[in-house]
Design a protein around this ligand. Sequence first.
Ligand code: ATP
Length: 307
Amino acid sequence: MTFGETMAALRADGPIRLGGGMRLSVAGAESNVAIGLARLGHSVRWAGLVGDDETGELVLRTLRAEGVDLTHARADRRGPTGLVLFERRVGELTRVIYHRAGSAASFLSPADVLPALDPPPAILHVTGVTPALGPNPAEAVRAAVASGVPVCLDVNYRARLWDRATAAATLRPLASSLAVVIASDDELDLVAPAAATTERDRVAALLDAGVRDVVVKRGADGATGHTATETVHAPARPVRVADVVGAGDAFVAGYLSGMLDDLDLPGRLARAVTVGAFAVASAGDWEGLPARSELGLLDTLPGSVIR
Ligand code: ATP
């Protein structure tokens, strides 16, 4: 189960200020994870608010088509569906522009989310994006984390939404209630205690606080997973980069899928870097994510045709 804001997404191949065509899709960190899990055959629920508008219909239709349970998703008239613009600026550099202040999702409150935790899910996935959307979504995250279900937090720091000090003040108090923490190497300090100053100390402090899995994402260098008894590094799968946006969410979907399948730490990380690589190698945040039967595709030789 997961919840958060999913927006309409418009993608331009060049600078937006020059005009030209854009492609319409949907984007949201948590719904990317939900789609990834659904494609891998897991039952997954997404709760959230969209505007009572056509882009809101697009969000719901897309998630429904991907097999995500929308029992606790609804349209709300207090604001529009959020909008995110992606522009390809130079080479592989993508610039992201948000129009999400005052969106329907910024009104998300505990009352929208807590009913979706009944019956309790095997795992609840939240991201650091949601508390950055406003006081109500922040409260929804706090209430859901306090509900007692096992929680995975992807720190997912967004500098366009809040500053690091506010993010740390919001996320650190959650740490002792989390089962899984996933963070980029430059985000770990936002959830680990301020007294810990190296990656090693931050990981140790989180494990001491009761977190079962601490996973550090390192982009093209792969990821390192830690539990109380093991540390395992998984290199990234070598792929030709098409679009790195969404790699982190895909990675999380793979990791959670491994947890739900009771894989060991190396197995969870292997699935995570594989699903992350699918996102990197295909255009769009979630469009290229693999079905379970496709997980082995990256083992085939480059340039081969599957007939
Ligand atoms: P984003 O915020 O863009 O979704 P992120 O910063 O949260 O990404 P990254 O660390 O960039 O997450 O990527 C997550 C995982 O995706 C990495 O651990 C790795 O397994 C995979 N990945 C990222 N970049 C590449 C790449 N260039 N080649 C192969 N795999 C990659």
